[in-house]
Design a protein around this ligand. Structure first.
Ligand code: NDP
Length: 300
């Protein structure tokens, strides 16, 4: 039995970030401008604090102008909207990211819709969703996680996506739906599966490319995978790990990795697969946003 190629998302993310750093330096040398990223965090959710810290740190490493707005959990919605409006008007800020989830008294969609689409580096604004689904990817901001998955799939398949069958498990606005749009644009034949899908194992067995974005630890089993398939595991699930000591935990994906790696052609690990790509693509989106707002072509 062969063992799947491990898709090293961490290494790919490092090379993407190195490239962004170089292009940021070149942008600064030619225009004196730096891509500006503003991250807005409302409340003290510990996971969000870690994400925001990582985003800020990576932005600084890439040579960006990076600003963080830390607001208390009881900040009125109107104040968050005012801040977003100020960032919309700030010429030094090219990308605005409001960390989700927001506290329950704030209407998330109201906040996200206020962000100027050209500064919406998360790609969640309906204008960007529309541009992506109508095939105008060149004008859209594409959500970071599916954009990162696509980079990994293209590398694993050496660009040969056209005509492949793909199953995306999960239909969220953040991962599943934009992932399906991206694969469709690459001329894959795409199925979107979800909690009401009948006989999911047999749906998955037909796929050359499987993207699992469910949030259920190790749900996708090895015998669901078509031999040689490319498997992208988006899930991040923390489960108890008593073997590591009392009260210890570990991270697993939505795919039973050991089983699937015996059947797949290529597979992403968790951690070290999709996760690092998400943040790298946020940086890529911010650089793209800056170049568009400075009326420069996207490629040097
Ligand atoms: P959501 O909870 O928004 O969506 C989960 C999707 O999975 C839903 O569409 C749901 O279907 C579907 N689903 C749930 N149970 C089943 C089931 N038994 N069979 C088939 N489908 C099922 O999650 P997200 O899309 O936000 O995230 C998915 C996972 O990816 C999570 O583990 C999250 O932590 C991770 N993630 C990782 C990122 C990264 O950077 N690596 C970034 C973003 C997310 P239905 O619509 O019918 O309810």
């Amino acid at each position: 039995m062969t063992q799947a190629e491990v898709i090293d998302g961490k290494a790919v993310a490092t090379s993407v970030r190195d490239e962004i750093q170089k292009r940021t330096g070149a942008l600064f040398d030619s225009t004196g401008a730096k891509p500006g990223l503003a991250v807005v965090l409302v409340g003290e959710d510990p996971a969000s604090q870690v994400y925001v810290r990582n985003k800020e740190k990576t932005a600084s490493e890439c040579g960006f102008h990076s600003v963080k707005h830390d607001l208390p959990a009881d900040t009125p919605e109107a104040d968050v909207l005012t801040l977003v409006q100020q960032l919309n008007e700030d010429p030094a800020i090219h990308g605005i990211l409001v960390q989700l989830p927001l506290p329950s008294h704030i209407d998330e969609s109201k906040v996200l819709r206020l962000i100027k689409p050209e500064k919406d580096v998360d790609g969640f604004h309906p204008i960007n969703v529309g541009l992506l689904t109508t095939g105008e990817r060149d004008r859209a901001m594409v959500p970071c996680t599916p954009a990162g998955c696509l980079v990994l799939i293209k590398r694993a398949l050496k660009g040969a996506l056209s005509g492949k069958t793909a199953v995306v498990i999960g239909r969220s606005n953040i991962v599943g739906k934009p992932m399906a749009s991206l694969l469709l644009q690459e001329s894959c034949t795409v199925t979107i599966a979800h909690s009401r899908t009948r006989d999911l194992p047999s749906v998955v067995r037909g796929a050359d490319i499987v993207i699992a974005a469910v949030g259920r630890p190790e749900m996708v089993r090895g015998d669901w995978i078509k031999p040689g398939a490319t498997v992208i595991d988006v899930g991040i699930n923390r489960i108890p790990a008593p073997e590591r000591g009392e009260g210890k935990t570990r991270l697993v994906g939505d795919v039973a990795y050991e089983e699937a790696a015996k059947v797949a052609g290529a597979i992403t690990p968790v951690p070290g697969g999709v996760g690092p790509m998400t943040i790298a693509m946020l940086m890529a989106n911010t650089l793209t946003a800056a170049r568009r707002q400075l009326h420069l072509s996207e490629e040097e």
